[in-house]
Design a protein around this ligand. Sequence first.
Ligand SMILES: N[C@@H](CCC(=O)N[C@@H](CS)C(=O)NCC(=O)O)C(=O)O
Ligand SMILES: [Fe+2]
Length: 357
Amino acid sequence: MLIFRQLIDPQSSTYTYLLGDTKTSEAVLIDPVFEQARRDAALVGELGLRLIGTLETHVHADHVTGAWLLKRQFGSKISLAKSSGAQGADRYLVHGDKVAFGGRHVQVRATPGHTDGCLTYVLDDESMAFTGDCLLIRGSGRTDFQQGDPRVMYRSVHTQIFTLPEACLLYPAHDYRGLTVTSVGEERRFNPRLGGEIGETDFAGYMSNLHLPHPKQIEVAVPANLRCGEPLTEAAALTAQDWAPLTYTFAGIWELAPQALEEVGAQVQIVDVREPDEFDGALGHIRGAKLVPLGQLAQRASELDRSRPIVTVCRAGGRSAQAVVILQKAGFDKVANLAGGMLRWRANGHPVEGGGE
Ligand SMILES: N[C@@H](CCC(=O)N[C@@H](CS)C(=O)NCC(=O)O)C(=O)O
Ligand SMILES: [Fe+2]
């Protein structure tokens, strides 16, 4: 039997797909996200599966792949298109290849247009296909960066995706409106850019007038994904910390969510690195937080308790990320940043001392 799960990274609206074969327990992940690698690893384990591979639909521009992190943990083999130009993969795929997991497999179809190395993975029985950023639900990937080309994309969709059975379910790499799945029949009829009688020139005209801002992470994501997600930070920094449910960001910072901080409570020291007027200002501060402005942190690190983990806090989570780096340099190893700072803490309804409503 096939195990299938669709997972989302809310930050980048990226879908990750888990495919497993119950007979052999072998599984693959399509498009894992760096920050979600621990979540994905936990799910694979809980479902009794063994991760044997990760597959990229393309070199992403908006998030960093979790492929390298997962390989480090599970020894999973990294696969992506030969034409992607990426280094560090175990297998470089070309059109017509098959990638097996247990008794099942996906077939590789080259669907360039968003990037040169875009692949669509079609499940062995053609009941589902993973289209990456080629065909999106009632949309398409953009064609205005990397090696984007609308005419190439149009041909990819029409020759490689619309030729699949009408009932074949299509799972994209992203959706920005909350849609999760579509089908070949639906997109042939209702895709406003590529469906019906729309021709290649119509599509090219549509795509050259989108005028979208570039993805926020593009400068970090593309070079990192060309290394299959291997970070440039030291491996030691990646050693898991177990005192709270932390996330390791590609920027090299351990973070925890407001809810997690509330749960660990008094076992940790909260260090607020804002300025005194902010600490006593409108956003208030977290009960028990110690005020040490960022500029004084290195000199005053000796005031902190070395036996308890530290959580750093600021307004939005930027300065406190730098505080994590400063404290690590000062020899503190259990230290993490409060993700989103006081803004997210308050937005999520956690209690504050002082401050206005
Ligand atoms: N606002 C997003 C933009 C993401 C983006 O541009 N995504 C690409 C895929 S890598 C795309 O094709 N988007 C289609 C669209 O936005 O219509 C970000 O900053 O990450
Ligand atoms: Fe993309």
